[in-house]
Design a protein around this ligand. Structure first.
Ligand SMILES: NC(=O)c1ccc[n+]([C@@H]2O[C@H](COP(=O)([O-])OP(=O)(O)OC[C@H]3O[C@@H](n4cnc5c(N)ncnc54)[C@H](O)[C@@H]3O)[C@@H](O)[C@H]2O)c1
Ligand SMILES: O=P(O)(O)OC[C@H]1O[C@H](O[C@H]2[C@H](O)[C@@H](O)[C@@H](O)O[C@@H]2CO)[C@H](O)[C@@H](O)[C@@H]1O
Ligand SMILES: [Mn+2]
Length: 443
């Protein structure tokens, strides 16, 4: 029998867990789990999601042993893979991350702008804790594949605080955009070969090949007119929430103004921030949409299944989100050297960016981790944008580690979504109060 794997999902109570488990079990012939452990610090939430995970295992691989636990030793002992997807502070804190900046007419977003900086200050120490559990209990060749956001700040902080940890930080946004591109180009997502550079949630596609064929210019022409919204009949994207449809459509405005490269959708928050704020509802943000949508749906489904024994699981199967993390894990497990966009220490890969930047670029995923491709020099506009954002992220990591108010204020002030140091200080001071149970003390 080929090797089987013990896999932990950190943040087992996540709305994405059933979808990730489905994607894992789809690969059981190549990537067989002996044990799946859900680990969370919120037992009741995890137990509810666990009801649906148990159903997914019954449906797709009943041989898998399922463990739900809040005990780190039980969760991590001899673990081979750890999928991390914590939301420190839950959606309630995401709501504040989004609403506090909007009070000052600044972008309110989960991972970008002041919301992302606040989220980063909450997540750094809990992520270190997970790494330390893995170092203490997991198999010596463990790999953490991390989705926990804000991945850019988490990646930078973990490299500084735990440089030897076997952790690979990933993001499904570029993959989701490539899914849309595959709908637009009428090809298979897995045939798309992207050239790309940036930081997490702050990057650009420089070339899109389908197999050997360069289809970049054709795609740019489409995106200039339609953004990343595929033609009606070709994609499940049409069923996304309205705010996501707006995000995909908004790429056309970025493409028209900055025609060199195809943007990550997150660039809208940094380059079109005033428009974003103008169209934001300060009393009902994306966090509210998710709490009233995805989060409510999954707990209603668990309730329904527990009472009726009936459930349609398909709405919880998450497409590229689950597929991507499993593709990366399998490449690590079997040394497949698959080419994926992941976060890696720059070390000259992007020639004119700082060596210590955590860049998101194409890498070959080996059993020893990502091998970066060489991107070369990037044009001035993109270099300037990235260096400002990278310095902001570097300063918020240092602020967390040193407990430095001054560095936190500098980080907020450097963020392109924030118009002045005065506004930065107002938002920071209000966020310090809102996050008093989560942030390191800043003096
Ligand atoms: N990297 C990406 O591209 C990507 C894509 C999607 C989601 N995400 C991230 O994945 C995470 C989960 O998203 P979600 O919407 O499912 O969140 P969610 O709130 O539904 O679930 C998160 C879970 O994490 C748990 N948790 C919080 N702190 C913890 C800790 N210290 N230890 C263990 N568990 C802890 C919570 O109790 C909760 O059950 C978020 O950080 C989100 O931003 C990242
Ligand atoms: O606003 P959300 O919680 O729906 O999504 C925020 C995340 O958006 C990107 O990931 C996914 C998203 O999780 C999924 O719901 C769907 O909308 O598509 C997105 C792209 O696949 C982003 O990569 C994550 O970092 C965000 O947390
Ligand atoms: Mn992401």
């Amino acid at each position: 029998m080929n090797k089987t794997f013990k896999l932990v999902i950190v943040g087992g109570g996540s709305t994405y867990t059933p979808g990730i488990v489905k994607s894992l079990l789809d690969q059981k012939d190549q990537f067989k789990l002996s044990e799946l452990r859900l680990y969370d610090n919120f037992k009741e939430r995890q137990d509810k999601v666990g009801v649906l995970v148990k159903k997914v295992i019954e449906m797709f691989d009943p041989e898998v042993k399922l463990v739900l636990t809040t005990d780190p030793e039980e969760a991590f002992t001899d673990a081979d893979f750890i999928f991390a997807q914590m939301r420190v502070g839950l959606y309630h804190m995401r709501e504040l991350d989004e609403k506090i900046p909007l009070k000052y007419d600044v972008v309110g977003q989960e991972t970008c702008g002041p919301g992302g900086l606040a989220y980063g200050l909450r997540t750094i120490n809990p992520m270190v804790e997970i790494i330390d559990y893995c170092e203490k209990y997991a198999s010596k060749d463990y790999w953490i594949v991390n989705y926990s956001n804000p991945a850019a700040i988490v990646a930078k902080a973990m490299h500084k605080l735990r440089p030897n940890a076997r952790i690979l930080n990933i993001c499904d946004m570029p993959v989701a955009i490539m899914r849309n591109m595959s709908n637009i180009l009428d090809c298979d997502r897995k045939d798309i070969v992207p050239d790309y550079f940036g930081l997490n949630h702050f990057g650009w596609f420089t070339k899109i090949r389908v197999g050997e064929e360069d289809r970049t210019e054709e795609l740019k022409d489409y995106v200039r007119e339609h953004g990343y919204m595929p033609p009606d009949d070709r994609s499940e994207v049409r069923h996304n929430d309205a705010s996501w449809k707006h995000t995909f459509d908004n790429a056309k405005n970025l493409m028209r103004m900055f025609p060199d490269y195809l943007p990550n959708t997150y660039m809208q928050y940094y380059l079109l921030g005033d428009e974003i704020v103008k169209h934001s509802d300060k009393n009902y943000t994306r966090a509210n949409e998710v709490m009233d949508g995805r989060e409510k749906r999954i707990f209603q489904a668990a309730e329904q299944y527990e009472t009726t024994g009936e459930i349609d699981m398909t709405p919880f199967f998450t497409g590229v989100h689950g597929e991507f993390i499993v593709e990366v894990a399998m490449s690590l497990a079997f040394n497949l050297k698959k080419r994926h966009l992941v976060m890696v220490m720059n070390n000259g890969a992007v020639k004119n960016l700082p060596d210590d930047a955590m860049v998101e670029i194409p890498c070959y995923i080996t059993k020893e981790g990502p091998e970066a491709t060489r991107v070369g020099e990037i044009p001035t506009f993109f270099k300037g944008m990235i260096e400002q954002q990278e310095a902001c992220e570097k300063l918020i990591v240092e602020a967390a580690i040193e407990g430095s108010y001054d560095k936190a204020l500098a980080a907020f002030t450097l963020n392109k979504t924030i118009p002045s140091a005065m506004v930065a200080k107002q938002i920071l001071d209000e966020m310090i109060e809102a996050n008093k149970d989560y942030w390191p003390e800043l003096k």
